[in-house]
Design a binder for this molecule. Structure first.
Ligand SMILES: *[C@@H]1O[C@H](CO)[C@@H](O)[C@H](O)[C@H]1NC(C)=O
Ligand SMILES: *[C@@H]1O[C@H](CO)[C@@H](O)[C@H](O)[C@H]1NC(C)=O
Ligand SMILES: *[C@@H]1O[C@H](CO)[C@@H](O)[C@H](O)[C@H]1NC(C)=O
Ligand SMILES: *[C@@H]1O[C@H](CO)[C@@H](O)[C@H](O)[C@H]1NC(C)=O
Ligand SMILES: *[C@@H]1O[C@H](CO)[C@@H](O)[C@H](O)[C@H]1NC(C)=O
Length: 597
């Protein structure tokens, strides 16, 4: 205990607990005249004398202490004997609350006047080991895949000790104290400590079937000399089942059977067994079809039973083979994984052998295709024939023939007429021969782009009967079988002093070269010099009525060309004349011929 007047300059002390740190900052710099040490947590008896503050007593008669431990927290732990300067400890002190108490010392003279006010006293509280290291958090749960490799960090545990960090009382060691259940010999958990943290890892292989969970108890124990304090934390390691069992085919797969031309139908089911946990990706089977060159089949997994369900996606044809062989392979959704310990060297990680993936297992599958009645098939399905329009009734056009591909159903069949909108043809029920029953007409509304389309059915006698359809496109060649016609057969024309004109337009239903341009000709002997046509060729024709002709005498008269049927008729009449000639306004019907050139 200090008994001298030696004045010490002390700078702010290092680590202090939060509860008194703030106070220190507010303290003015003062001369430390005395410092004491007190061990924390002493059980008494109290009060006991800590020491005496010695000063030059000449004028001093009263001593006072203020600050931490007296009138500041922790209050009432210290007091000074006013007349002697003896300092007493009055109760237990706590290093973790405040590691140094800072006080100010005052001496007063007999007139109660303060002589010194900037003198300080410090009481250092000595740490004892009264705090165990504590884990934060105290429980860890780690979920691991079975394929995690040795040496990977599983989890990190952290602890802190409130005691002085730079002494053994605040320093601790971490270790695994127990593991429950005891790991198999291929697995060893270990802890690596760095300062206040511990990293938990393992050596060897995780194996879900041996145990799916381990509870590891980690202890932190300080290095206190007199007493060692400790606490524990719990690390729970859960191991998810990985895929360490490939699926295997079980049972016998019989011959699947399917009717030809069926699709979307289940053919057969393949059973597998898998020892991994049901419902996990390590258990779920994934099937693949091999040798299905026309992609007739599809395979899916029944999610409940894990069975492979083989379906027909694209219809099969019995006539292309009554048996189909394919093979099916199976794997799990999650890749297969295995791990084996070869050697356990005393230092470092072990020598382990891991493998990922497993050759898939195959199963041959035979599918029998059952024959059903196939429809007759027209070969070719579409035929074209070219024929003059106007060919005689009963004209042979073409024969559409169908075949029945059935082997086990040797069907006979009949031909029937399908589509024939204008009712122009007949079909021979036995031979499929198609003949005309009417005059064909290229200009008919049923003909599209010169083609008239007829369909023929071949109906077999199977049960149910099957029908095939054939098509005949009749390409009609044009003939000149339509008159040129005048667009308007009646027109008005006015008589006047000037030559009068009227336009006459002709058309023809036939195609070129059996249509325009047309040649127009005036008929009758009495038109000469009175009527003219201008131009002679062309669609427009202009008869000219000349003045000073008696209308009654000047109408072109009717006459047909000797050519059959190539004339149109045109009626001309007077609309307007002078009043004296009103009686002549009655129509006559002269004709004009237009001849296709
Ligand atoms: C540690 O604590 C003990 C009491 O448990 C005490 O006696 C000792 O002095 C302390 N050591 C240090 C370096 O503080
Ligand atoms: C472990 O398996 C999971 C699938 O379950 C996969 O996603 C992961 O990549 C695997 N890890 C290793 C290291 O192979
Ligand atoms: C299908 O497999 C069966 C038995 O496995 C065999 O007898 C048959 O010849 C095979 N058929 C074809 C078309 O490969
Ligand atoms: C038959 O005629 C159609 C047009 O009507 C044409 O598209 C088709 O190519 C022709 N077929 C043959 C085999 O000539
Ligand atoms: C006749 O038609 C031509 C050309 O289309 C036209 O120029 C002329 O005016 C028409 N004549 C009459 C009288 O309508």
């Amino acid at each position: 205990m200090g008994t001298t007047t030696c004045l010490l300059m002390t700078l702010c002390l290092g680590i202090v607990s939060v509860s008194c740190e703030g106070l220190l900052h507010r303290q003015k710099r003062i001369w430390i005249i005395e410092s004491f040490k007190v061990e924390e947590g002493w059980h008494g008896p109290y009060p006991y004398m800590l020491g005496k503050i010695e000063t030059e007593k000449e004028f001093q008669v009263g001593f006072h202490l203020r600050g931490q431990g007296v009138d500041l927290e922790p209050k009432d732990k210290l007091f000074i004997e006013t007349t002697t300067g003896e300092v007493f400890v009055n109760g237990e002190l706590d290093y973790e609350f405040c590691s140094v108490l800072k006080l100010t010392f005052e001496a007063k003279d007999k007139f109660d006047k303060t002589l010194n006010s900037r003198l300080g006293v410090e009481v250092e509280i000595l740490d004892i080991n009264d705090n165990p290291p504590v884990f934060q958090p105290s429980k860890h749960t780690v979920n691991l895949k079975e394929n995690v490799s040795q040496g990977e960090v599983l989890t990190v545990v952290r602890a802190t000790d409130e005691d002085r960090k730079d002494t053994n009382n605040g320093t601790f060691d971490l270790k695994i104290v127990s593991i429950n259940p005891k790991p198999p010999e291929d697995l060893e958990f270990f802890l690596e400590q760095q300062d206040t943290t511990g990293t938990i890892k393992f050596k060897g292989c995780l194996d879900h079937p041996k145990s799916d969970t381990y509870t590891i108890l980690v202890e932190a124990k300080d290095r206190g000399e007199m007493v060692q304090l400790s606490s524990t934390c719990t690390v729970i390691i859960n191991i998810e089942d990985g895929n360490n069992h490939p699926p295997t085919f079980t049972g016998q797969t019989g011959v699947g059977s399917i009717k030809e031309r069926d699709s979307g139908v289940e053919v057969l089911r393949l059973q597998v067994s898998d020892q991994d946990t049901k419902g996990t990706q390590a258990w779920k089977a994934r099937y693949t079809i091999h040798g299905d060159k026309d992609q007739n089949f599809r395979i899916t997994t029944d999610p409940k039973t894990n069975e492979g369900v083989l379906l027909v996606e694209k219809p099969l044809d019995y006539e292309e083979g009554s048996v189909r062989n394919v093979s099916v392979s199976v794997e799990n959704e999650e890749p297969y994984f295995s791990c084996k310990v070869n050697r356990r060297p005393p230092k470092g990680l072990w020598d382990v052998e891991t493998s990922i993936g497993h050759p898939p297992l195959f199963r041959q599958v035979t599918i029998r295709v059952e024959d059903v009645n196939d429809p007759p098939i027209f070969t070719p399905a579409v035929k074209n024939v070219s024929v003059d329009e106007n060919v005689a009734v009963g004209w042979y056009l073409e024969t559409l023939t169908a075949k029945d591909l059935d082997r086990s159903y040797a069907n006979t069949f009949l031909y029937m007429k399908g589509n024939d909108p204008a009712q122009w043809v007949a079909v021979d029920a036995k031979t499929g021969k198609i003949t005309t029953t009417k005059i064909l007409d290229r200009e008919s509304p049923y003909v599209k782009n010169d083609v008239y389309q007829v369909t023929v059915f071949a109906v077999d006698d199977g049960k149910p009967p099957m029908t095939g359809t054939g098509t005949l496109n009749i390409h009609l060649k044009d003939r000149n079988d339509n008159l040129p016609q005048l667009e308007m057969t009646t027109m008005g024309m006015c008589l006047s002093d000037e030559p009068s004109k009227v336009n006459i337009t002709a058309y023809d239903l036939d195609k070129d070269p059996y249509s325009g341009p047309f040649r127009f000709q005036l008929l009758g002997d009495d038109v000469k010099g009175k009527w003219s046509i201008n131009p002679n060729h062309g669609v427009n024709w202009e008869p000219i009525y000349r003045k000073n002709q008696k209308p009654a005498d000047t109408w072109p008269s009717v006459e047909w060309f000797g050519d059959p049927c190539l004339m149109g008729s045109w009626t001309l009449y007077r609309l307007h004349s002078d009043p004296g000639e009103r009686e002549h306004s009655v129509c006559r019907s002269p004709s004009v011929g237009a001849r296709g050139v």
